[in-house]
Design a protein around this ligand. Structure first.
Ligand SMILES: NC(=O)c1ccc[n+]([C@@H]2O[C@H](COP(=O)([O-])OP(=O)(O)OC[C@H]3O[C@@H](n4cnc5c(N)ncnc54)[C@H](O)[C@@H]3O)[C@@H](O)[C@H]2O)c1
Ligand SMILES: O=C(O)C(=O)C[C@@H](O)[C@H](O)[C@H](O)COP(=O)(O)O
Ligand SMILES: [Zn+2]
Length: 363
């Protein structure tokens, strides 16, 4: 299946399916034919679990660079190491990067591609559930000790090849993490889809066909939004639902300790509590959502590792903040997001409510 992404700066297709790598790469021969070198950027875990399948199905010669696994690869040090590798391999403006991995590899590789010689082509070959989100839409970045994704660029890939075969070696934790972004895509777009998710199988036990449908649905939701607003001036902010509080948890924990999607799930609960006050979301729904999340093993205990004061430092660095005023994406009703300015006092009140609700359901 192909899902077109017609972003203002660049159009491309997401090809999604099982066992499609070879065919999809071959179909991109117009792109590969004009490159002088292909560099595959991946991480240790991806390469150790998927090297065999990749080698058997990637029909071109390439230079391989294996990076430290996970969020560590989104560091300044690793960014520098990868740029050094490209220079040592004598890559030129005609060279092409393949981002082979999860969102961490994709964000890093995209930022490298955006900045090497002021921009070279790159293709996303995502290997996680979460990457149905990260591989699409052109947000690329590395982290800074003071905040998540602080250094980056909007830079679209030339293609996304999403071969579901890669998902089979994911741990339950990573499946759970990735499903948080699927749930986010449902919450901002489609109340009926949310019902289906809440009433359905455990997120780690979804039948493959259902999972692929959900991933394609999520990509379609994201593509539609990115087509209207590539650089997050307006509706793209909706894709950030749950991320203001989620990123604060993720950054405060130290990158990689709480998985991105796990932190987003905590942020989604926080968002629902705020949406009760500014929108029409009812508390019964919020409680139902929390029960669903706890049954599915999302680690809400991470909240207790931090005080609100510790999180504040990161909340205030959220990229949506406007002249120091925090802006949250909230839901009016399920499926209907809007952006709302929220005072810090209110944020603290909701933080206390979240802790009280966790204490209530966990006692
Ligand atoms: N650019 C965007 O729009 C966007 C959207 C969402 C998230 N993100 C970013 O994406 C990152 C999270 O992405 P992620 O959850 O994919 O994390 P990740 O890339 O860190 O992957 C998670 C873990 O799974 C391993 N892994 C990846 N694929 C595997 C496979 N097929 N089999 C076995 N292990 C595998 C990785 O090595 C890592 O240890 C965060 O940095 C987040 O900020 C970006
Ligand atoms: O594509 C977007 O826009 C998103 O916000 C998607 C998010 O899931 C993703 O985590 C993104 O990297 C967050 O961006 P940031 O600007 O808040 O760092
Ligand atoms: Zn995210």
């Amino acid at each position: 299946m192909k899902i077109p992404v017609r972003a203002a700066s660049h159009s491309y297709d997401v090809t999604i399916g099982k066992g499609i790598l070879k065919e999809a790469v071959t179909a991109l021969n117009y792109l590969f034919a004009k490159t002088d070198k292909i560099v595959v950027l991946t991480d240790e875990n991806v390469w150790s679990s998927q090297q065999h399948y990749f080698e058997a199905n990637f029909p071109y010669e390439y230079h391989l660079h294996v990076m430290p696994a996970g969020e560590t690869c989104k560091s300044f040090e690793n960014y520098n190491a990868v740029q050094t590798f490209l220079l040592e391999q004598k890559c030129t403006r005609k060279s092409l990067i393949i981002a082979f991995g999860g969102g961490a590899v994709g964000d890093l590789a995209g930022f490298v591609a955006a900045t090497y010689m002021r921009g070279i082509p790159f293709v996303q070959v995502p290997t996680t559930i979460l990457a149905h989100d990260s591989a699409v839409g052109g947000k690329t970045a590395i982290n800074h000790a003071l905040g998540k994704n602080m250094i980056g660029a909007f830079y679209q890939p030339d293609a996304v090849i999403y071969d579901i075969t890669f998902l089979h070696s994911l741990s339950e934790k990573e499946v759970r993490s990735g499903m948080a972004e699927v749930i986010k895509h449902a919450l901002i777009s489609d109340a009926q889809w949310v019902e289906e998710l809440l009433e359905g199988d455990f997120v780690t036990k979804l039948p493959e066909e259902t999972l692929v449908n959900y991933l394609a649905h999520g990509i379609q939701v994201k593509a539609t939004i990115v087509e209207q607003d590539e650089t997050e001036q307006s509706v793209r902010k909706f894709l950030n639902l749950g991320h203001t509080y989620g990123h604060a948890i993720e950054a405060a924990a130290g990158y990689g300790r709480v998985a991105h999607g796990e932190a987003v799930m905590i942020g989604l609960l926080y968002t629902l509590l705020l949406s009760e006050q500014y929108g029409k979301v009812n508390h019964q729904f919020t409680k139902r959502f929390l029960h669903f999340a706890l049954e599915n093993g999302y680690p809400f205990e991470a909240v207790h590792d931090f005080t609100f004061e510790q999180l504040t430092e990161y909340l205030l660095k959220d990229k949506k903040a406007d002249y120091g005023q925090l802006q949250f994406v909230l839901l009016d009703t399920i499926g209907h997001p809007f952006v709302q300015k929220v005072e810090l006092e209110k944020c603290e009140q909701i933080d206390q409510q979240l802790r009280a609700l966790l204490a209530e359901v966990q006692k």
